[in-house]
Design a protein around this ligand. Structure first.
Ligand code: SF4
Ligand code: SF4
Length: 73
């Protein structure tokens, strides 16, 4: 029997040490799921990522990693 594993970790991962708080990822995300926290670091506010990747591509310091689930690759 196959088991179903529910993903609990966010699939858009922000390296807080690298993030310079430029807000670009927040602006380019068509889903509006990214936001800035009180420390001016980006984070995934809503878990509705479409894996379109402009956030990862446009981040000037490569702070974003989008984990694409195996089934949508
Ligand atoms: S991959 Fe697309 S939908 Fe997901 S956070 Fe980045 S810009 Fe937004
Ligand atoms: S684009 Fe990169 S550096 Fe800018 S706020 Fe987003 S994660 Fe941080």
């Amino acid at each position: 029997m196959t088991s179903v594993t529910k993903r609990t970790s966010p699939n858009v991962i922000v390296d807080r040490d690298k993030c310079i708080g430029c807000d670009i990822c927040v602006q380019v995300c068509p889903m509006g799921i990214l936001a800035m926290d009180k420390e001016k670091k980006a984070y995934m506010k809503y878990n509705e990522c479409w894996y379109c990747l402009p956030c990862e591509v446009d981040c000037p310091v490569d702070a974003i990693t989008v984990e694409i689930p195996y089934l949508v690759r």
